[in-house]
Design a protein around this ligand. Structure first.
Ligand code: ZN
Length: 294
């Protein structure tokens, strides 16, 4: 009897161990060779109802998405983009300013770029605003392009870089919805037009992926850093903090509304790591989980 119980205990132990190992293996399985994180600066989800965005609409139909994801406070560009790549709240990463101040140096906490470089993966950042230089921690970003020009010109650079380098992780920032929001107003016809132009350019990027036969190996996340109202996005109210979050990729459910209410700019770094099959060291102290756990 005792012997039988011992065997049962052993069987149970090995059963639990094997389940836990298989879960672990599943968790760190890379579903994508490449991840592209596209941030449309200042994109309110409801602007997508007003704008004619055939490429983003098709993308949404093929993605897992939330139209109620949240920026973190302060709902400003640099704190939120820093949060996207560090997986922590602004108070933790300390980038609480919103312009390029060279003497402030670069972000000090670990970033997704840094994590990927430690695994010999390639990284790239293409941005439309100079303040993104605060993300340039030494030896963490293989290719950095700053282009404050028209969206087509920015995308020309993105297409060239992607074609030539095929980075494992590309972070692509498109500034125009925000710039037009500040100068003319959020949801103005001019801002809607800027979003429609983003859509055209994103269409060119998706077309390139098809042409390179990378679609089945790549997950694309399309999101934003904050919303806006009037000509500002200063206060962290709902209209300023609500953003879209969509992901399309080989292992991502299609046309699937994500119901969890904790998707935020903090979620991006953990999600990128998860998609690329990277276990995040506990020393990174990230404050969210991947949106796309099984
Ligand atoms: Zn912004």
């Amino acid at each position: 009897m005792i012997c039988h119980m011992k065997i049962s205990k052993f069987a149970l132990y090995f059963f639990i161990l094997s389940i836990s190992l298989s879960l672990q293996a599943k968790k760190y399985f890379a579903s994508s060779e490449n991840v592209v994180l596209i941030s449309l600066d200042g994109l309110r989800p409801d602007a997508l109802e007003k704008a004619k965005t055939p490429n983003i609409n098709k993308f949404k139909l093929e993605s897992a998405f939330s139209l109620t994801a949240q920026a973190v406070a302060p709902t400003w560009t640099l704190p939120n983009h820093t949060t996207m790549v560090t997986g922590v709240q602004p108070l933790w990463h300390g980038v609480l300013w919103n312009s390029y101040i060279p003497s402030f140096g670069t972000v000090t906490v670990p970033t997704i770029f840094e994590l990927l470089k430690s695994k010999n993966m390639s990284t790239a950042l293409i941005a439309g605003k100079e303040k993104f230089k605060h993300l340039l921690k030494p030896n963490t970003i293989d290719d950095f392009v700053l282009n404050k020009g028209k969206q087509k010109v920015l995308m020309d650079e993105a297409l060239d870089l992607y074609k030539n380098k095929l980075p494992n992780f590309l972070f692509l920032h498109m500034r125009h919805p925000d710039s037009v929001g500040h100068s003319i107003g959020w949801m103005s016809p001019e801002q809607i037009k800027a979003i429609e132009e983003c859509d055209v350019q994103i269409g060119r990027f998706l077309e390139l992926l098809e042409k390179l036969k990378m679609t089945d190996k790549t997950t694309i996340i399309l999101t934003s850093d904050h919303g806006g109202s009037g000509k500002q996005h200063t206060f962290p109210n709902l209209v300023n903090s609500t953003i879209p979050w969509m992901a399309k990729g080989p292992a991502v459910k299609r046309n699937f509304a994500l119901l969890q209410n904790n998707i935020s700019t903090v979620s991006n770094a953990p999600t990128v790591a998860y998609l690329l099959g990277i276990k995040v060291p506990t020393s990174y102290k990230w404050q969210a989980e991947s949106v796309l756990l099984d």
